[in-house]
Design a protein. Sequence first.
Length: 95
Amino acid sequence: MDLEIDNAVGLALRDLRKRKGLTQESLALEAGAERTYVSLIERGKNSPSVRMLYRLCAVMGVSPSELLSHADGFLVPPPSAQVRKRSFSKKVSSN
C-alpha cells in the first residue's frame, strides 16, 4: 500500500506541475531541491517530507491538501473496498 501511495502522490505532483507549466528543474530550483529529487518523487521512488511537500505546493500555487486530494484519484482501491455486484434474481411464483 505504501508504494501505491508514493506512486499516487508522484503522479499527482507531475500532473499539477505540468498543468502549471513548470519543468522539474524550475520546480526544484524554486522549492530548494534537486531536479533528481523531484524526479524520484514523481516516479514514486521517494516520499517527500511534509516540509518539502509544502514547499513544492507553494511553488505550484496549490495547497498540500489539494495535492493529496488529487493523489486520491490515482489510488486504486483494494479489492475488499471495491463494490461487488450482486446478482439478484426475481422469484416468480406461479399460481
